[in-house]
Ligand binder design. Structure first.
Ligand SMILES: Nc1ncnc2c1ncn2[C@@H]1O[C@H](COP(=O)(O)OP(=O)(O)OP(=O)(O)O)[C@@H](O)[C@H]1O
Ligand SMILES: [Mg+2]
Length: 225
């Protein structure tokens, strides 16, 4: 589904080059459940942003469903992202001036062409599935962290993406709530066949994923279990 070929991403701080991701080649198939692990600063988030087309590579290719997307314009990339990728972040990234319901609907407002589903109905279904329908008219800062993360997962799912990328989704949650979030992500993979990629520091979480990718100084080491 997504292939990275010798992908590098460098940041330049003055003269100094920081190779956040260094010559990574990686193939991600449909319906995979993957954990990305590595120490702080190793390049996990950068790799995730490259896979999710939030960042473009400095060099190398990213092939999505057979098409080279590494050199597309921001506008084209955002259209593809809107349809194909859902993001879940450690800090939830909900918009506080919008209600829970409006946050979940947001990606459907950005969709440039017609939707083949009823957004309101889909949002209601997702909120019910995640047990937060009764919070639909609340603002994000009036609900718990676990509830906010469920809202952000609903928002990530509303466009029916094939892939969900979660960057330390339990980092701001207590361990019980974190487990619930991981179980939700696991079920999305099992029941809906969504490809799920979780960036995590925690080996307990990584244990649940089917494929583990380790990154160190921007380079990959992989182990299948
Ligand atoms: N926008 C940026 N500008 C400059 N350097 C950056 C930028 N983003 C990341 N980096 C650098 O790239 C390297 C990899 O960063 P990245 O955020 O991918 O690490 P990470 O593994 O996600 O770390 P953490 O576990 O702390 O979230 C780091 O050295 C970081 O300082
Ligand atoms: Mg990170």
């Amino acid at each position: 589904m997504i292939k990275l070929e010798n992908v590098c991403k460098s940041y330049f701080l003055g003269e100094e080059e920081v190779k956040a991701v260094d010559s990574v080649s990686l193939q991600i198939k449909e319906k995979e459940f993957i954990g990305i692990q590595g120490s702080s600063g190793s390049g996990k988030s950068t790799l995730m942003y490259l896979i999710g087309l939030l960042e473009t590579p400095t060099s190398g290719k990213i092939i999505l469903e057979g098409k080279d997307v590494s050199k597309l314009s921001d506008d084209d990339l955002s259209k593809i992202r809107n349809r194909k990728v859902g993001f879940v972040f450690q800090s939830f990234n909900l918009i506080n001036r919008f209600t829970v319901f409006e946050n979940v609907l947001l990606p459907t407002k950005y969709a440039k062409s017609g939707l083949d589903f009823d957004p309101v109905k889909s949002a209601e279904e997702l909120l019910k599935r995640f047990g937060i329908y009764d919070r639909r008219n609340f603002f994000p800062n009036k609900i718990s962290g676990g509830q906010q993360q469920r809202v952000s997962i609903a928002r990530a799912l509303i466009m029916k993406p094939k892939i969900i990328l979660a960057d330390e989704p339990t980092g701001n949650l207590d361990s019980k709530t974190g487990d619930e979030i991981i179980n939700i992500l696991e079920d999305l993979n099992k029941d809906l066949g969504v490809t799920v990629i979780i960036v995590t520091h925690e080996s307990e979480i990584a244990k649940k994923t089917k494929r583990k990718i380790y990154i160190k100084d921007g380079r990959l080491a992989e182990k299948y279990l």
